[in-house]
Design a protein around this ligand. Structure first.
Ligand SMILES: NC(=O)c1ccc[n+]([C@@H]2O[C@H](COP(=O)([O-])OP(=O)(O)OC[C@H]3O[C@@H](n4cnc5c(N)ncnc54)[C@H](O)[C@@H]3O)[C@@H](O)[C@H]2O)c1
Ligand SMILES: O=C(O)C[C@H](O)C(=O)O
Length: 289
């Protein structure tokens, strides 16, 4: 029996829940949202899919789930310029989740922004083993990067490491992409604005995050051992610790099976270390009491 909990059933949580119910990969789904009318509406809508999945809205069942998807909290609007600016609003929501799952031993996927900092927060707060907590964002950033590469007639073969935010780091060297430094900075500026274009137009990003989160959940459920870029608790990789940061990983049934540290060129390394400094500073501000 495989169970998934979705903590926060708004656009992203609801979207992934609907994928999960129709996938044939889960038996039990636990939904939770602090806004009761939405929670009940989402439950009914999913029940009406008439798929063989048992659906509960009892928050006490979250801790027993194999995978928890954390998607509760405030999203950005056009007045909230950075994901990091959501930290003070969303830490209390993460604390509520932590209080529900103090001894959790399953796999926790952190989507709520700022995803890197909240991944670190929940790791420390719950005491999960570091391979069992996965911050989401790198796959989405990578897809946006490859879209921009295609527009410039460059081979769409890049990944994004670093923060899921302003300090994201497009990696050109691994794919042998010969892009000069000013073009790299121009692409980076475009990428920093990529999701805000969507937020301004339709209120939030939705289809792409839901798609990529479901790819990640499926990789865990099917033990696919595929390559992803996820935010992982740093344990000396590139000399970095004290934060969670986007890095290449292999994903399977036990979560992060391994972390890779490919060689970066000097521009990429400088930006990566800046990202680590930025996220580590935010992590130092966290209170774990
Ligand atoms: N990491 C990524 O790549 C990525 C991608 C998309 C969205 N996000 C983030 O995911 C989060 C959710 O985005 P969304 O578009 O689904 O927002 P949304 O507003 O549609 O849904 C958020 C839900 O959280 C619920 N909620 C708020 N506080 C809660 C609490 N204390 N307990 C339980 N539920 C609570 C709300 O009632 C709402 O239903 C945001 O922080 C957003 O920035 C991250
Ligand atoms: O940009 C946001 O605030 C939402 C999310 O992190 C995204 O990248 O789509």
């Amino acid at each position: 029996m495989t169970s998934l909990a979705v903590f926060g059933t708004g656009r992203i949580g609801g979207g992934v829940a609907s994928r999960a119910v129709s996938s044939g990969l889960i038996d039990n789904l636990v939904l939770y949202d602090c806004y009761q009318p939405l929670l009940e509406a989402q439950r009914l809508d999913l029940e009406h899919m008439r798929c063989p999945v048992t659906i509960s809205t009892n928050p006490e069942k979250i801790a027993a789930c194999d995978i928890i998807l954390y998607t509760a909290g405030l999203p950005r609007n056009p007045n909230i310029k950075t994901r990091a600016a959501l930290l003070d609003c969303n830490v209390p929501v993460a604390a509520e989740l932590a209080a529900l799952i103090p001894e959790y031993k399953g796999i926790l996927i952190v989507v709520t922004n700022p995803a890197d900092v909240l991944t670190y927060y929940l790791w420390k707060k719950i005491g999960l083993s570091k391979n069992r907590i996965i911050g989401f964002g790198g796959q989405l950033d990578g897809a946006r990067f490859n879209y921009e590469l295609r527009l410039r007639d460059l081979r769409p073969d890049g990944i994004i490491l670093g923060e899921h935010g302003e300090h994201q780091v497009p990696i050109f060297s691994l794919a042998g992409l010969d892009v000069d430094l000013s073009s790299r900075e121009e692409i980076l500026t475009t990428l920093r604005n990529a999701s805000m274009e969507i937020i301004k137009g339709k209120g939030a990003t939705e289809y792409a995050p839901v798609y990529h989160i479901w790819q990640l959940v499926s990789a865990i459920l099917t033990d696919s051992k595929e390559n992803f870029v996820c935010s992982a608790i740093m344990d000396g990789e590139y000399g970095i610790s004290g934060c969670s940061l986007g890095i290449p990983v292999i994903i399977g049934r036990e979560g992060i099976l391994s972390v890779k540290t490919p060689e970066l060129d000097s521009w990429e390394m400088e930006h990566y270390l800046n990202a680590a400094g930025f996220v580590t500073d935010l992590c130092r501000r966290l209170n774990f009491d």
